[in-house]
Design a protein around this ligand. Structure first.
Ligand code: J2J
Length: 548
């Protein structure tokens, strides 16, 4: 325990206002699913490959509800309840959906790890959240998830159980007799999402039933989901974006069908679009670019596709312009963050705004301030002139007021009056549409996957031949950015690039964090106060790229 409260609740007056406005409806994910199962009982809720049987399954809302009830009872019988944290590390398999609802009904808090995460990240999440269990799969895409989870359980004493979807013990748990369980507090925590991070390891983001369900309902409305819609998940399902923007939860809210694609490539996705009649999908810009290219030569029928959401990283205008002609669907830009705030272009916005902006916020009560970008401690009053670029601050009905068990970090990540410092550099058009023009935070956006330089630097500095490391983003045509590590070697040492990359990978980190490039250097350029100047390192890289 780090002491103090686990999370920072909204001030009572704000909470009362959000309730009075009907944003927070006092509903939990469990009761919400019960209502959906009543309204859409025989409609198809989930289509996906089962990790248990390996075949494609189709579950109706009634079946999903039943599975979630049984799983909840099974988890409770095994002592998983009452706000306990449970790491969920599942690829895009059908069981993902009933498992998270089962945990919610049991009163547990899922912690959403990505399939890319490895031992160092999982250990950190488990230890920091004092998780009591891990839910994962066995061998998948040549990685033994179960063995990794068991190793983490060996390292973190709080982890008592590892449930492996596909093993007999899980099947038994999932077949438990449903029973009445107490409904958790809707204003209490529902789950922990992961932050992209900028300093050190990812922070954990505490979201409540009330606040998240508000963003889900509004996202479903803004994206015009309806019972006939078919939403395809191609990104890792645990990401906040495919979870809620509008994501699987938005689709379920509307009584739509969720189709889980095991992989994001155009071949797999286009096959599913044709066979399932997919109407909507959310992708990151590099994937949109790959799909635009693939669409030119596909024999698949993509005519059901109505909307492609693009977000997670900036969608270049040239790419935006190619999406509608190539894929025959409407482009919808989305700019969001797991901490809360989400912008969408609206489906009836003028083309010019859809192509050149990232949209408008979900809520009229999303409070937005654009402040002095050069002052990391700028207050919510230090606003720039209208239309000027500045750092984006926000607070509102679905944006957290603090990270989980992170009092020290919260003191700088939030203003004293509760605004979250998003770290994004934005400017607003007179129409109220936002344009993301850059970043003031130390973070690298590698095609939508976020990399915290400090985390990678710490891994590099653990190598005996490395005395200092600085990781910066280098611009990349495909991913937008890749990572470059500048490394100062120990006296006389000359570690090879491949060796350093292998070293980082073997410390158990997600593959997307392994530096794309490593450059040995004598020393770093420094700022006036003697800190490594990342700005100069980035400039150096840009100049090198220009000179070929
Ligand atoms: C530029 N930068 C963007 C965009 C996110 C919906 C969509 C995305 C996320 C997500 C999400 C961007 N243009 N269109 O959670 O619900 C960068 C910003 C932002 C950070 C958040 C959702 N869309 N970004 O990407 O928590 O820098 O959430 O602060 O992973 O991604 O990352 P993450």
């Amino acid at each position: 325990m780090t002491g103090g409260p686990d999370h920072t609740p909204w001030p009572a007056a704000d909470a009362a206002r959000y309730r009075a406005l009907g944003y927070w409806q006092g509903q939990t994910f469990g009761t919400w699913l019960t209502g959906l199962a009543e309204a859409y009982a025989e409609r198809t809720a989930v289509v996906g490959v089962s990790a248990e049987g390996g075949e494609q399954v189709r579950w109706t809302y009634a079946e999903l509800d039943d599975r979630a009830h049984r799983l909840a009872a099974g988890f409770v019988e095994r002592g998983i309840a009452d706000g306990q944290r449970v790491i969920v590390q599942l690829p895009n398999v059908a069981e993902y959906v009933p498992v998270i609802f089962g945990l919610w009904r049991a009163g547990a808090l899922p912690v959403f790890a990505l399939p890319a995460h490895r031992r160092s990240e999982l250990t950190h999440f488990a230890a920091h959240a004092e998780a009591s269990a891990i839910v994962t799969v066995g061998e998948h895409e040549r990685h033994d998830f179960a063995a990794e989870a068991r190793a983490v359980a060996g390292d973190v004493p709080s982890v008592r159980n590892v449930f492996v979807v596909g093993e007999a013990e899980f099947a038994e748990l999932a077949a438990a007799e449903p029973k009445e369980l107490p409904d958790p507090d809707p204003s209490g925590l529902a789950f922990l999402q992961l932050s992209g991070g900028s300093t050190g390891m990812s922070k954990l983001i505490p979201r409540t039933h009330d606040d998240y369900l508000y963003s889900v309902r509004e996202s479903a409305r803004i994206c015009r989901l309806r019972p006939e819609s078919v939403y395809l998940v191609v990104l890792p399902v645990a990401h906040n974006y495919p979870m809620s923007s509008p994501g699987i939860l938005g689709a379920l809210h509307a009584g739509s069908t969720v189709v889980l694609s095991p992989r994001p490539d155009a071949d797999t996705a286009f096959g599913l679009i044709e066979s399932e009649g997919v109407t909507m999908c959310g992708v990151v810009p590099p994937l949109a670019a790959a799909w635009v290219q693939a669409a030119a030569r596909t024999t698949r029928d993509l005519s059901t596709l109505e909307v492609l959401l693009v977000g997670g990283a900036k969608c270049a205008r040239e790419l935006a312009e190619r999406i509608e002609p190539a894929l025959g669907c409407r482009l919808q830009q989305v700019f969001g963050m797991a901490e809360g705030l989400v912008f969408y272009t609206r489906l009836d916005d003028p083309d010019e705004l859809v192509l050149s902006t990232q949209g408008r916020p979900i809520s009229l009560d999303d409070e937005i301030r654009v402040v002095d970008p050069d002052n990391p401690e700028a207050s919510s009053d230090d606003v720039v002139e209208p239309g000027q670029a500045g750092a984006l601050l926000t607070r509102g009905p679905y944006t957290i007021r603090g990270y989980y068990r992170a009092a020290e970090h919260n003191a700088t990540a939030f203003t004293p009056d509760g605004f979250y410092r998003t770290g994004d550099l934005v400017r607003f058009h007179p129409s109220g549409h936002v344009e993301v023009v850059g970043r003031v935070k130390e973070q690298i956006n590698r095609g939508g996957e976020k990399v915290a330089p400090e985390e990678v630097e710490n891994h590099l500095m653990a190598h005996p031949d490395v005395v200092d490391a600085a990781v910066v983003g280098m611009s990349d045509d495909y991913l937008g950015e890749r990572t470059c590590a500048y490394v100062v070697p120990a006296d006389g040492a000359e570690p090879a690039e491949a060796e350093l990359r292998r070293f980082v990978r073997e410390r158990g980190v997600a593959a997307f964090k392994v530096p794309d490039r490593v450059v040995l250097t004598g020393e770093f350029p420094t700022t006036g106060v003697g800190k490594t100047s990342k700005r100069e390192l980035r400039a150096l890289l840009a100049a090198q790229a220009k000179n070929g």
